[in-house]
Design a protein around this ligand. Sequence first.
Ligand code: HEC
Ligand code: HEC
Length: 299
Amino acid sequence: MKMARSAVLTIAATMAIGAAMPLAADKDHREGHHKEHHRGKRPTLNQQLIHDLMEGEMTLKGDHAAVDELILKRHIPISYDYIATLMRTPNAFGEGVACIVCHSSSDPAKSYRGLDLSTCNGIKVGATEAPARKLFEPGQEPKKTILGRRLRNNRMPFGVNFNVPTDGPASQAVRDWIASGAPNDDHFRTKVLPLFSNGNAFAPKWQACTDCHMANAEPPSFHELNLKTFEGIMLGADSVAKGVDGATKIVIPGKPEDSPLYQHLVEDRMPPGISPTADRDHPNTRILLRWIEQGANCK
Ligand code: HEC
Ligand code: HEC
């Protein structure tokens, strides 16, 4: 998506006559001028775009730029129509089968988790098989929702196969420890903490968590996460980048389902089999998350 500057200026010059600059339109509005074609009107998307191009406030670089610059930054309302299309389209969020092949009905005998992603109402209702739950609340911070997590987060250990059970003894031990309030006691030190340094604990002959999460600095540690100590675990992720108070807490004592540490052990990324290196911020993922943020309208 590259546009030569001269081409941009030519387009801009041609448009400028008919499409008064947005700032001018604003000014007219403020000052109460009642020129018929300006009255009460905010600048159109196209006027804003040309203004930003003229002012050099916009660069269309790279393959995600059109989505960033023309859609997300300009708060285009995302229609359910597009979401419906994504759910029906193979490879929409990265390589894999379309969502509705496996999630097409609220009958758990026909559709995994009784999740119906083929209708707007079905998306809003969420999973109907126990534990029945919504995938998000409209308007909620979308990356943290079940739907956002399933599209963006890889199950850990990184690259673990879909066919490794999620309810093995190691993930249960982590779950129970968080449920009991996440104390720094003997049980934690002898039975839970060593799991993170054991390459067999969460998946047979895999990599130990601490191979990748061993210090609160990146590099070498992914997301500045240290799973070697109690303090590191409670500090959470990105404590340098975001500050200690802004760090992503991975343990919410008493609440395993809400704790990213447990979520990352049991939630497979969708669609199943997608490469863990596939872009976690695929343009279509970002558009879906924006739809949630905007209130998940069914129109
Ligand atoms: C090949 C079948 C298959 C495809 C395709 C598939 N899923 Fe899934 N999905 C599953 C299975 C199996 C589960 C339950 C096991 C699990 O939790 O990982 C699941 C679980 C989920 C859940 C968890 C619901 C809950 O609260 O328990 C969500 C959300 C989800 N899928 C969304 C999607 C989305 C979005 C897509 C399309 C990108 C998709 N799935 C594609 C098989 C599939
Ligand atoms: C091969 C390297 C690797 C291994 C091994 C690994 N991780 Fe990760 N981890 C990552 C990467 C990369 C991410 C970034 C997010 C993603 O890919 O989903 C991550 C993210 C995380 C996060 C989220 C941090 C945040 O910012 O919210 C948690 C929690 C986590 N890992 C826990 C674990 C646990 C527990 C294990 C062992 C069962 C483990 N990881 C093993 C590479 C690894």
